[in-house]
Ligand binder design. Structure first.
Ligand code: HEM
Length: 502
């Protein structure tokens, strides 16, 4: 018996060693290997754990329907798709069957609380109605533009000017992070971050806590054993302890700002987003706090991602950069405006090539590379894929941007021209290009995002040449809610017209 036990242990250990060797030594690959009912595609998930975005793109491209079914032990199957008709079905035709679901809420609920990004049903509808009304207003749009102008002139341009003088390498992603953090904080609270904090480094502490809590909340989705994060949370250890601490920092900071600014001056009509929700009956500290967190994460991370990838692409596409420089110059001349002035709303609208160049950059590098839904009753997707109640459905805008079936043979090339017709920007179906989502949950900040990103980019490109330290190798992507560069974007900055400078 003892002998049998020893042999049994040896067998189990050898199997484990072989499994680990297989997982760690084998190259990451696009081939999926279904390991049967017990482990499903677990080995593929492990092998490709650091390249989930690229792996899923490869397997979706290889699938004749651009749809895949993946299994992991302990959780319901995952339907992965990059097919526009499936996306239309999920986001619009059968919208009620595909809510965010409990799994998403449980992963992000600690950070987001009760804000529309994680809600379904009546509570989502109510916040959506108010947000749709307010985001459509010209006063909020102009307030957003004023903030961007202020941040650009007082912080962004001086930072770039200094980098060009010293010839130092700077991290452009980090710079955008700090600029857009201030922009969205001001948009939400009409305050500078940290201004009401007792901590001298209040702004930096808050930004770090924001980043950390969003990153760890997202990491929960990628645990190989899905219940692990709940165990860690229960024991308050490791990443879950860090998550709790950073959420505490964010909550405490925002609650104090809300207490001082909104609760004590309730009823005053102001232009910022919090005051607008406050006027619509959102009066508790918690509800305003959650809306503030949601707005900051929705606007800040996406625009930082978009601007960073855009400048990386430009630095290896001088032809596109030249066209933008010429367009900005022509629009300036038409409106009798001077070099370096913040573009007006009218000027930004007229920059059609810049609009196309940014849209094309987000096709290849979507700020939100994945979107997850829960299926709440048995259904069949337009391509014939069966989806059962309780399964998760994930569509990948990243993979869709690289599908030959959607964009043609040149799908991997950066070509702003594919968006232009007689020099004017041509819209694409949001189900083929779901970068801003589509249907009833479509992004409400799309126009504001374009205006802000275009004004920043126009001003930067007009005055500076941004050279990525490595413009050939695609930067490594971090696994996060938004598509960020793992090591940032190291760049050098040069004045475009040094002869104009003193
Ligand atoms: C490049 C920039 C942006 C991109 C790519 C983007 C993308 C998205 C996506 C994919 C969603 C759907 C999220 C989901 O439900 O799963 C979304 C929703 C939303 N976005 Fe954006 N967004 C951007 C900028 C902004 C900005 C600047 C704001 C606000 C100022 C904003 C406000 C919202 C809101 C309020 C929703 C919630 C819609 C709802 O749940 O009904 N977004 N966005």
């Amino acid at each position: 018996m003892d002998d049998f036990f020893v042999q049994f242990l040896l067998l189990i250990s050898s199997c484990l060693i072989l499994l680990l060797l297989y997982v760690y030594k084998s190259n990451a690959s696009s081939i999926t290997t279904n390991g049967g009912p017990l482990i499903g595609n677990l080995l593929d998930f492990i092998k490709n754990r650091n390249r989930f975005i690229d792996w899923t793109t490869e397997i979706l491209s290889a699938s004749p329907t651009n749809t895949m079914l993946l299994h992991r032990p302990g959780i319901p199957p995952l339907v992965l798709t990059a097919d526009p008709s499936n996306v239309k079905h999920i986001l619009m035709t059968n919208f009620d069957c595909y809510p965010k679901g409990k799994r998403f809420t449980s992963h992000f609920g600690d950070l987001f609380g009760q804000v529309m990004f994680v809600l379904d049903g009546e509570r989502w509808k109510d916040q959506r109605r108010i947000a749709a009304h307010e985001f459509g207003s010209n006063t909020l749009r102009d307030f957003g533009l004023d903030i961007v102008a202020q941040e650009t002139h007082t912080r962004l341009i001086p930072i770039l000017e200094s980098a060009s003088k010293t010839n130092h390498v700077v991290d452009l992603q980090e710079i955008f992070n700090s600029i857009m953090f201030n922009v969205f904080y001001k948009l939400a609270f009409d305050e500078r971050p940290g201004s009401l904090s007792n901590d001298r480094n209040g702004s930096t502490t808050l930004l770090t806590a924001f980043k950390q809590s969003s990153f760890i909340s997202h990491e929960r989705l990628h645990h190989l054993l899905p219940f692990m994060w709940k165990v860690k949370k229960f024991l308050t250890i490791g990443s879950e302890q860090r998550l709790r601490d950073s959420i505490n920092i964010v909550h405490k900071h925002l609650e104090r700002v809300i207490q001082v600014k909104f609760i004590e001056t309730r009823g005053m009509s102001k232009v910022d987003v919090m005051s607008r929700f406050n006027n619509h009956g959102y009066t508790s500290i918690e509800s305003l706090r959650d809306i503030g967190i949601g707005l900051m994460l929705a606007g800040m991370d996406t625009t930082v991602s978009s601007l960073t990838w855009f400048f990386w692409l430009l630095s290896s596409n001088p032809r596109v950069e030249k066209q933008i420089v010429e367009e900005v110059k022509a629009v300036r001349a038409k409106h009798n405006r001077s070099f370096g002035e913040m573009p007006t709303y009218e000027e930004i609208r007229e920059m059609q090539y810049l609009h196309a160049a940014m849209t094309e950059s987000m096709r290849l590098y979507p700020p939100a590379p994945f979107n997850v839904k829960a299926c709440i009753s048995d259904d069949v997707l337009p391509d014939g894929t069966q989806v059962k109640k309780g399964w998760t459905v994930l569509f990948s805008p990243y993979a869709m941007g690289r599908m030959e079936k959607i964009w043609g043979k040149d799908c991997l090339e950066y070509k702003p021209e594919r968006w232009l017709e007689d020099g004017l920007f041509r819209q694409e179906s949001p189900f083929r290009y779901p970068i801003f989502h589509a249907g009833p949950r479509m992004c409400l900040g799309k126009d504001m995002a374009y205006i802000q990103m275009k004004s920043i980019a126009a001003l930067m490109i007009e005055r500076f040449v941004i050279e990525a330290r490595d413009n050939r190798m695609c930067p490594e992507k971090a696994l996060s809610l938004t598509l960020i560069m793992k090591g940032g974007l190291p760049v050098k900055v040069r004045e475009r017209y040094p002869e104009f400078k003193d």
